[in-house]
Write a protein that binds this ligand. Structure first.
Ligand SMILES: *[C@@H]1O[C@H](CO)[C@@H](O)[C@H](O)[C@H]1NC(C)=O
Ligand SMILES: *[C@@H]1O[C@H](CO)[C@@H](O)[C@H](O)[C@H]1NC(C)=O
Ligand SMILES: *[C@@H]1O[C@H](CO)[C@@H](O)[C@H](O)[C@H]1NC(C)=O
Length: 272
C-alpha cells in the first residue's frame, strides 16, 4: 500500500509537469460505471466492425473492468512526449511491471476498454499502456522514422515512467518498436509477449537465439498471415512458450479477451 501511494505521488508530480506541456491533456478517468460501459460498447462495436469478428463474444464479466481500479493518464516529459494510461497494483505489488503497446487500429484505450489494465491492477501488477507516436494522444515523432530511433523512444518512455522489471506486450504493428528494442535492450526485459508482431523478418536466427528473455508467443488461430510469419522467427527465441487462441483472428485479445487474459496472467504469475 505504501508502495502504491509513493507511486501516486510521483505520478502527480509528473502530471503537474506535463500539464505545462504541449497538450495539457492530463486526465484522471473517473466516469461513472454506466458511462464507461456505454463508451466501451461503442468503441468495441467500432473495433469489431474494423477488425471483423469470427465468432460471438461469449463473456462479458471482465470486459468493462473493475470500477474500483482508477486508471491514471499523463504524458512523458521530453521532446517526444508519449501519452500513457497507468494502473497501480490494487494490493501487494508484484515484482514485474507490464508495458502494453498496441496495433494499427488501436491505442492505449483499448487495454482500458478490454479491462486488461484493471485486471492487471487487481492481480498486483503495475501496468502502463502507451500510445505510440502518431496514435491516440501521442503526436507523431521524427525519431520514429528509424529503427534505432524507435528502440530509443521506447527505452526513454520506460525510463521516464520508471518501469522496473518490464514485461513488454507487443501486438501487430507495435513490433516496429518492440523488436528493435528487444534486440538491443533484452537484458532490461523480464518478459516478452509478442502477439503476431510486425518486423520479425528484419532479424536473423542468430539474433533471436541471443535473446534469453522468457517469452510467451500468443496468436489467434485464424490469423493466417502475420501470426505464422512471426511465429517462424520468434520460435528461435530460446526460452519461449506458445499459446494459440482458438477461434480468434489477428486481434485475438479482442476476439477472446478471457482466454487472452488467462494466458497472459499465467505467464506473468510464473515469471521468476
Ligand atoms: C469495490 O469496492 C467495494 C468497497 O470496498 C466493494 O464492496 C466492492 O465489492 C468492490 N467491487 C468490485 C467489483 O470489486
Ligand atoms: C527492416 O529492414 C529494412 C532494410 O534494412 C529497413 O528499410 C526497414 O526500415 C526495417 N524495418 C523495420 C520495421 O525496422
Ligand atoms: C524460462 O522462462 C521461465 C518463465 O516463463 C522461467 O521460469 C525459466 O527460469 C526460464 N528458463 C531459463 C533457462 O532462463
Amino acid at each position: 500500500m505504501e508502495h502504491g501511494e509513493g507511486r501516486v505521488a510521483t505520478l502527480k508530480e509528473r502530471t503537474q509537469e506535463s500539464e505545462k506541456g504541449r497538450f495539457g491533456t492530463v486526465v484522471q478517468t473517473s466516469m461513472s460505471r454506466s458511462q464507461v460501459a456505454l463508451l466501451g460498447l461503442g468503441l468495441l462495436l467500432m473495433l469489431l466492425l474494423y477488425v471483423g469478428l469470427p465468432g460471438p463474444l461469449k463473456q462479458t464479466s471482465w470486459l468493462w473492468g473493475d470500477p474500483n481500479v482508477t486508471v491514471l493518464a499523463g504524458l512523458t516529459p521530453g521532446n517526444s512526449p508519449i501519452f500513457y494510461r497507468e494502473v497501480l497494483p490494487l494490493n501487494r505489488a508484484r515484482r514485474v511491471q507490464v508495458v502494453l503497446l498496441h496495433g494499427k487500429a488501436f491505442n492505449s484505450n483499448t487495454w482500458e476498454q478490454l479491462g486488461t489494465l484493471q485486471l492487471l491492477s487487481q492481480r498486483g501488477y503495475r501496468a502502463v499502456a502507451l500510445d505510440l507516436p502518431g496514435f491516440g494522444n501521442s503526436a507523431p515523432s521524427k525519431e520514429a522514422s528509424t529503427e534505432a530511433g524507435r528502440a530509443e523512444l521506447l527505452a526513454q518512455a520506460l525510463r521516464d515512467l520508471e518501469v522496473q522489471n518490464a514485461v513488454l506486450v507487443s501486438p501487430s504493428l507495435s513490433g516496429r518498436y518492440a523488436l528493435p528494442f528487444l534486440m538491443r535492450g533484452h537484458h532490461q526485459l523480464h518478459g516478452f509477449v509478442p502477439i503476431a508482431p510486425t518486423s520479425t523478418q528484419n532479424y536473423t536466427q542468430e539474433q533471436f537465439w541471443a535473446v534469453k528473455t522468457p517469452t510467451l508467443i500468443l496468436y489467434g488461430e485464424l490469423d493466417y498471415i502475420l501470426a505464422r510469419e512471426s511465429l517462424r522467427q520468434l520460435r528461435h527465441l530460446p526460452n519461449h512458450s506458445v499459446v494459440k487462441l482458438r477461434n480468434a483472428g489477428h486481434a485475438c485479445y479482442l476476439h477472446k479477451p478471457q482466454d487472452f487474459h488467462v494466458a497472459l496472467l499465467a505467464f506473468l504469475d510464473h515469471l521468476p
